[in-house]
Design a binder for this molecule. Structure first.
Ligand code: ZN
Ligand code: FE
Length: 255
């Protein structure tokens, strides 16, 4: 059995992405150990690794309880706030996931947090709370410029790259994107698709990089429609993509 990627739900809208084959599993951002332990038991799987993208509790809160039952490596950023990390990774470093043998390249993508990283390998991107489908994370520890650069880094990946982000925010992100990027037809098409999936109780994820380029206002900060609506919000003519991102991020915070 080749591996597959399964979403485990946690809290209100988190996904714990789980790579699994016939006998083993690795988890990305286990904010809660319970759904992971339940899944491992139900499927008779052994945990082989934990991956963390950033230090927020809804992404790392399950590390300790999982490690009580499984002695596995924990891959994450250089950030002492995640105590359980055994392999701290920097921009451009590579790691190979035990058992699965999948190689990942690490990108530092600050913006949501100062030390946020993403893992890219086998056509998949695990990007935590930096890039969402049709959105981006709040700027808790970073600047608009950092977020702009981090998103730009991810947009240079192949359009077919499967984007596994940390939360099911797609529908509310689309609601905002329709205001920030009016007249974008791709957005309306995606809304129909996403609504159907949610009505069936299915995730709208993974997204892909091509879809984000077509629909995500935070990576479309040079599109005339986005520049115009951001300028309207800011009540001045915004000229550069960083100011546009800053404006629409602030707008979305209270949308
Ligand atoms: Zn977060
Ligand atoms: Fe989160």
């Amino acid at each position: 059995m080749a591996f597959e990627v399964v979403p485990l739900r946690a809290f209100a809208d988190n996904y714990i992405w789980t790579l699994r084959d016939a006998g083993r599993a690795a988890v990305v951002d286990p904010g809660d150990a319970r759904p992971v332990l339940d899944y491992l038991r139900a499927e008779k799987l052994e945990l082989v690794a934990i991956i963390n993208t950033h230090h927020h509790a809804d992404h790392v809160g399950g590390n300790a309880d999982l490690l009580k039952q499984y002695r596995v490596p924990v891959y994450g950023p250089h950030d002492e706030r995640i105590r359980e990390v055994t392999h701290r990774l920097r921009d451009g470093e590579r790691m190979t996931l035990p058992h699965f043998g999948v190689g990942f390249e690490v990108f530092e993508i600050p913006g949501h947090t100062r030390t946020h990283i993403a893992f890219y390998g086998a056509g998949m991107l695990f990007c935590g709370d930096t890039l969402f489908a049709v959105g981006c994370g709040r700027l808790f520890e970073g600047t608009p410029r950092q977020m702009h650069e981090s998103l730009g880094k991810l947009m240079r990946l192949p359009d077919t790259t499967q984007v596994y982000c940390g939360h099911e925010y797609t529908l509310s992100n689309i609601r905002f994107a329709k205001a920030a990027d009016p007249g974008n037809r791709a957005l309306l098409e995606l809304e129909v698709k996403a609504k159907q999936l949610r009505e069936q109780g299915r995730p709208t994820l993974p997204s892909d990089i091509g879809q984000e380029k077509a629909t995500n206002p935070f990576v479309r900060c040079t599109e005339p429609a986005v520049v115009a609506s951001a300028s309207r919000f800011a009540a001045r003519a915004l000229k550069d993509p960083v100011s546009v991102l800053a404006a629409i991020r602030e707008w979305k915070n209270n949308f």
